[in-house]
Ligand binder design. Sequence first.
Ligand code: NAD
Length: 355
Amino acid sequence: MGVLASMEKQGYEQVVFNYDRVSGLRAIIAIHDTTLGPALGGVRMWPYKSEEEALTDALRLARGMTYKSAAMGLNLGGGKAVIIGDPRTDKSEELFRAFGMFVETLKGRYITAEDVGTTTDDMDIIKGYTEHVVGLSGTSGNPSPVTAFGCFRAMQACAKYVFGEESLAGRKVVIQGVGNVGYYLAKQLLEAGAQVYVADLYTDRTERAAELGARVIPCDDVFDQECDIFAPCALGGVINDETVERLRARIVCGSANNQLLEDRHAEKLADRDILYAPDFVVNGGGLINVSFELAPGGYDREQALAKVSRIYDILLKVFQIAEERGIGTAEAADRLAEERIRKALEQNRIYRPSA
Ligand code: NAD
């Protein structure tokens, strides 16, 4: 499908391409929806094999940001940028200067941030050329502990829904991937009295978690462990035809993006009476945290954490929608986001007809 046909089919507002002849920057910014506010989404730097692959990624990620921001109750839309290049070898001051100037041409319709392959240092360069950047050094800081806190609150909501009480004390939780988020999640769970089992490809990661009191299991065993909660905190696509049959958990709730290989795997989980906490609701804490850099008074950690804590209520609302409408939890999360956008659009039409 061509770019314009994809935009039409999935309701994208704008896709902008940029080539800078000085630095060699090749970048794409995709803006999916700005009904709720400017489109916030990170800039990913990746050695894409083709422009098509980069575009597909930008479009997919931008749309995901619309849903995440809407579900988190933020007044932000969804967008994403990609830079085609190898972050280990192709970075330069000129490249990020060009990217900053490119962002500036959109006059605030798109706000950029860190993502895979980009760092706070890169954001600091971009900041010299546009106001529309967050995730700077010395501001909201490392998002991972905050994402982990949101995931912890999501687990409490799941426990409340399934077991009737939110306490995680004594619950058995299996965490797949104890990297940035998984480590902080393990820490909070252990402090709350949960029994935590962890697996990771790297022993330095599991050793770090073991020092906290977590029990280490082989990577391949995560799906076969009988447990209360399975927490995917590594890569996407882990819930698939093979693993869904193996899972022996009551709840799937983790930070990884795109946990379901395909939408139909949500139904398969439901058929096995496993509660699925939609990933973009569970892992919205990092986005909430960085969005507080845009608050009028500047970033305030306490306020950001208070908002992240509300992931608990958002998730219970998702479960309620699913129950009332007889739909799956993943679909219910989509409906929650879409309805917030639809209502805002209608009110914009009434009260801001010229906007
Ligand atoms: P990370 O790279 O620091 O950690 C991921 C860990 O998973 C690594 O330690 C890796 O070795 C391990 N891993 C990979 N494949 C594995 C496998 N098959 N079995 C066991 N372990 C495996 O990443 P992160 O920042 O902790 O993010 C984790 C997930 O959460 C990612 O999917 C990310 O997109 C998502 N996420 C993160 C944030 C954040 O604030 N960091 C925010 C939103 C979503």
